[in-house]
Design a protein around this ligand. Structure first.
Ligand code: NDP
Length: 536
């Protein structure tokens, strides 16, 4: 079933034949609502509606589109508490994180793209070198793609799809969004916000469903797919897109390293490691999943990390003062348990946490924030994405070794380097294979609308956010103008012996890019142009 943006609440079943997705609160197991499970036909209808609505939307100015995004932003502000509570309940996270990690960054992103897209997508003149002297000029203009399909995960069910919706709309596209089956109500809320803001009917379609609905979207003939999720699903999406030659951006998993040098501010770095590993219960693609600490400070750093981890308050997301709340699903929780079990069976030591939270509500999916030592790169916890509240610590001796360990991974999303020596920080950052490397920071740059987000290696393809992300939402079109149209080109037909001689000179002189060299053959060139004009 397609849920149009006018449909805001979970939809009750109409007939037995309608398949549905049930949304649960992972902290309690309580049912939050039911939504239709979209079929391939529903997806096709949504794409057709978005395509129709895009025709006039694509002709609006950036100012007009931006005004609408700003109205949607005002709606978000009006409903800040309600939206924060919904995100917290459906994704299981502390309300503080719904505000700080989902709402604050997207409110900023909305104003940024609403105000800056015109400048970011301004037509650009290209310097075409010596061709300018032949009366030519070139420009790039950025055209909307048409309809962008967005397939998003459950871990940041608001911030990830909303950012992409805003960029796609500002670039003049229609959008079909397929939220995760674990967080469909948040996905529908995004549609509702834009409907209340007055977005044209059909321009943003939210189709709830499961993996089959996502698959249908990859096969529905959209003009681009923005996919965020696991490597395994990303590969399936890329295969389906390749069959239709649909361009695709893949924002996939991570196993992000944090390197702490001996001169780092250990107090700040240890707090950053604890937040970077356990915020959102460790379910962030950019979570700190591996921490390498210089041997001279590893003891002090570990002691502080353990102390700060034990001091975290674990409760349901709605409770006041919660630091760490639920994980999104039992499936994810089992991966965490398995990684810890495998590591411990091979010699790792649990310094804090290590098990499901024993005081959790009966059907709640909570895992304690866990610190591990004695780990190595043969263990899953150092190689595979854990995507849960686990912080493995390992020591190193030299800068070389730290870089080698950080790069010893199939992933390359983000990384962080901690040192008081910024020159060293930058030097090491440039040697790390990752889409983003932070010096003295962790995790948070997805929240900066101006900076690009995306990975290398198995962490994905393409970018979202910033100018590079906005460019993913447009088709660059090159417009080339010849102001001397009356002159025939020297390289057109009429391949006389003189012409062949001229082409040899072009190869030796014009193709050097040097104006001086080209001037030396200008009499030859002029003769050819005038001769061609005489012949026609
Ligand atoms: P999944 O890959 O399981 O799902 C992602 C989305 O794809 C969901 O909407 C899912 O639908 C949908 N989907 C499932 N099967 C298909 C299919 N065959 N074709 C098209 N779409 C499909 O990821 P998770 O939701 O479990 O998210 C966690 C993963 O996302 C982690 O690996 C994490 O690292 C990554 N991630 C990456 C980020 C980045 O920016 N690089 C940011 C956040 C997360 P449904 O849920 O309904 O099954």
């Amino acid at each position: 079933m397609v849920t149009q943006i006018s449909q805001t609440q979970a939809v009750p079943l109409q007939t037995e034949a309608v398949r549905e997705v049930v949304s649960y609160d992972p902290a309690t197991g309580e049912e939050l609502g039911r939504v239709p499970l979209g079929s391939a036909e529903d997806v096709a209808r949504a794409v057709a509606r978005a395509r129709e609505a895009q025709k006039s939307w694509g002709t609006l100015s950036f100012r007009e589109r931006g005004a609408l995004v700003m109205r949607a932003r005002a709606v978000v502000l009006e409903e800040l508490e309600e939206i924060g509570a919904l995100i917290s309940r459906e994704a299981g996270k502390p309300e503080a994180e719904s505000l700080s990690m989902e709402l604050v960054p997207t409110l900023d992103l909305m104003q940024f793209f609403a105000r800056r897209s015109a400048r970011l997508l301004k037509p650009e003149t290209i310097d075409i070198g010596l061709y300018r002297f032949l009366g030519r000029s070139s420009k790039i203009v950025y055209r909307p793609l048409g309809v962008v399909g967005i397939i998003s995960p459950w871990n940041f069910p608001w911030a990830i799809p909303l950012g992409e919706v805003v960029m796609a709309l500002m670039a003049g596209n229609g959008v079909v969004l397929k939220p995760s089956e674990l967080t469909p109500l948040v996905g529908l809320k995004i549609g509702e916000v834009f409907r209340r803001a007055g977005l044209p009917e059909g321009l943003l379609e939210v189709v709830t469903g499961d993996g089959s609905t996502g698959q249908a979207l990859t096969e529905a003939g959209v003009d681009k797919i923005m996919f965020t999720g696991s490597v395994a699903t990303g590969r399936r999406v890329a295969e389906a897109a390749a069959r239709r030659l649909t361009p695709v951006v893949l924002e996939l998993g991570g196993k992000d390293p944090m390197i702490v040098f001996e001169d780092a501010d250990i107090e700040a770095a240890s707090s950053a490691a604890v937040w970077g590993a356990f915020a959102n219960s460790g379910q962030a693609c950019a979570s700190v999943e591996r921490c390498y600490v210089h041997e001279r400070v590893v003891e002090e750093f570990t002691a502080r990390v353990v102390e700060k981890t034990r001091a975290l308050r674990q409760q349901t997301g709605a409770s006041e003062g919660t630091d760490v709340a639920a994980m999104s699903s039992e499936r994810q929780l089992r991966i965490v348990e398995e990684h810890i079990r495998e590591a411990v069976s091979r010699g790792a030591r649990v310094l804090a946490g290590g098990a499901r939270w024993k005081d959790a509500p009966e059907r709640g999916t909570f895992h304690e924030p866990t610190v591990l030592a004695g780990v190595n790169h043969t263990m899953d916890v150092m190689r595979e994405e854990t995507f849960g509240p686990v912080l493995p610590l390992m020591s190193f001796k030299t800068e070389e070794e730290a870089v080698r360990l950080a790069n010893d991974s199939q992933f390359g999303l983000t990384a962080s380097v901690w040192t008081r020596d910024i020159t060293r920080g930058r030097r090491v950052a440039e040697r790390i294979e990752a889409g983003t490397v932070m010096v003295n920071e962790v995790l948070y740059t997805h929240g900066i609308a101006q900076t690009p987000w995306g990975g290398v290696k198995q962490s994905g393809l393409g970018r979202t956010h910033g100018r590079l992300g906005l460019l993913e939402m447009v088709a660059p079109q090159h417009i080339h103008v010849n102001r001397l149209a009356r002159l025939h080109d020297a390289w057109w037909f009429g391949y006389t012996p003189e012409a062949t001689r001229l082409f040899r000179s072009l190869a030796r002189r014009f193709a050097t890019g040097s104006a001086l060299q080209t001037m030396l053959i200008s009499p030859q060139l002029l003769r050819r142009l005038l001769d061609k004009r005489r012949r026609h």
